[in-house]
Design a protein around this ligand. Sequence first.
Ligand SMILES: Cc1cc2nc3c(=O)[nH]c(=O)nc-3n(C[C@H](O)[C@H](O)[C@H](O)COP(=O)(O)OP(=O)(O)OC[C@H]3O[C@@H](n4cnc5c(N)ncnc54)[C@H](O)[C@@H]3O)c2cc1C
Length: 383
Amino acid sequence: MQFEFSEEDVSFRKSARRWLLENVPTETPPHSGIEAREFALAWLRKRHAGGWSGISWPAEFGGRGLSFERQIIWHEEYVRSGAPTPLDSTFVALNHAGPTVMECGTEEQKTFHLPRILSGNSIWCQGFSEPGAGSDLAGIRTSGRIDGEDLVVNGQKIWTSFADIADYQELLIRTDPGSQRHKGLSWVICDMTLPGITVRPIKNLAGATHFAEVFYDNVRIPLSNVVGALHDGWNVAMTTLGFERRTAAITLQLMMEQKIESLATLFLSRGGDAACSSIGRDIAIARAEAAALRALTYRTLFKDPATAFDGSIVRLFFAELSQRIYGIAMEVLGPRNAEAEQDQEWVYSYLEAFSETIAGGTAEIQRNIIGERILGLPRGGAR
Ligand SMILES: Cc1cc2nc3c(=O)[nH]c(=O)nc-3n(C[C@H](O)[C@H](O)[C@H](O)COP(=O)(O)OP(=O)(O)OC[C@H]3O[C@@H](n4cnc5c(N)ncnc54)[C@H](O)[C@@H]3O)c2cc1C
């Protein structure tokens, strides 16, 4: 898919490139903890102060109200500049919690939260998965009992990325006590500082602690924090997952092309033969697939939301390509080199990439969605 860019777009691109050249942080971002929070917020605040936060968000919420084309130009320039990965602790807020509040929230919720998100003043996390309710999201058991003007929340979430450093959570709970499956759920804004919340961080395979278990013990959340209608949380959650699977990872997908170029450089610098080796061929295939992924992503971006299931194709393709790229990197490095200090970011990314086919819906679940919702095969699985 090709975009037609106007003269104004071209001059927008130039000013984005100039600003990024002067302002991109040069330090390596911390992987987790409070340092990761401070780094991500400081970088977002800087973008906001420079007018580069929320390019396509409405001006009334602190954005610039510009077109999707401009948003894409920004993403492209962001990647070209070598800026830090956007998969940081501001990711949930900017890419799916904020957009969900914008689409389904009350005026009060929008006015309070959206400017705070864009200006780098709040970190959000996503409290959907539970032990026993991951792929089968409709199996959620964490409950919210209505008591006066509040919901009293009890239960547990798991795998909540950035829960240890978040201010707010998009929390999916069962609010209609007799309800089953997709019915009777609510999507609620949970203030992570409320009494009764305990966060227990979990260390991952790569040694980082960027997700956690979250426990709720009689946590009182005002009913005014429900986003969308009470008991209609499933539909709101599907809006969130639509953003998460469709548009949230554009920059990450564009970054993949850059990673492949770095991999090609690494391969050649270690004496690799680009023309006559299986690794050279694998890198060339990955390069072509990354270009295809970009085209697929752009095509999906401009589709009617009714066809949002296409996001599952993009998500799955991205996840599997990502794992393949870091697998090739390990082959290039070989077992001994992989221990060298200068190669540790490749090793870290390789270990992190295992989670790509789990987070945001596993590869099997994405395949179920593609089979059932796009290809029209008989229904079978969950989520
Ligand atoms: C890095 C990372 C970050 C995450 N961040 C968050 C977060 O911030 N917030 C949040 O809420 N969750 C988060 N998650 C959780 C993630 O959404 C779940 O792990 C995922 O949905 C899978 O659920 P599960 O772990 O319960 O596995 P299960 O659902 O128990 O699945 C186990 C296996 O069974 C397969 N399976 C299950 N059902 C089917 C089916 N119907 N058909 C075919 N195969 C099936 C799965 O594909 C998988 O291989 C994160 C996970 C990771 C890895």
